[in-house]
Design a protein around this ligand. Sequence first.
Ligand code: SF4
Length: 255
Amino acid sequence: MLDFNHGSDRPAEDPRALPATVRINELVDAALTAEREKQSRREYLGASMLGDPCSRRIQYEYVGAPKDPGKDFNGQTLRIFAAGHQFEALSIKWLRAAGFDLLTEKADGGQFGFAVAKGRIKGHIDGVIVGGPSWFFCPSLWEHKALKDKSWQDLAKRGLAISKPLYAAQVALYQGYMPELAQHPALFTALNKDTQELYHELVPFDASLAQSTSDKAVNILQATDAGQQMPRIAANADYYLCLFCPYAKRCWHGA
Ligand code: SF4
């Protein structure tokens, strides 16, 4: 017979103990942080960062400047990145089920992408679509993002170029350096992480955006080689982008 009332052999709860959520998340986040620290640093300018409007911030990333204290990726951010990969896997599955022949890796298991400037500028794309509905032109570049509802709604309303210029620059640069994927519009897919709605946009190649993004990359490499800092994006530290920048102290106060 069950008896839930004896209780005498259970250890008394320590009221000073941290809640299980805090204690367990500390372990999870420590494991994720340790895993990340094992990964080697990117020693190239990645296409995903080149759309950032501040060249100095991109340069800090490129040279591996330490972020300001407390501004490095925390456990929660690492979990968000990991969840993004899972959302991407779902979108891939759904697009394939819908009849798109979507390749996400080469026959040898490597990623599709490009490398120029002796490997100092690189990009890795999410996939290539080589088959699909009769109205769909391929091969085409496929790029995916998983977004929070507010960000997704804005994208769906205003479109990639206006709502997400950073991603638009990324797509343009990929197409610029992978001309076989510039003949047809890229397919940009965004999954709403809160509602699982899907947004798809066909993005024609924007040669001028690709050129300006590539020029930005070359300028950053040249300045870095010459030991020069790129200019700041703003005249004052209270500029809205600087307020959220993980290098703000380093940038404005030389920390
Ligand atoms: S603090 Fe502002 S100017 Fe400095 S790197 Fe960051 S975004 Fe650029």
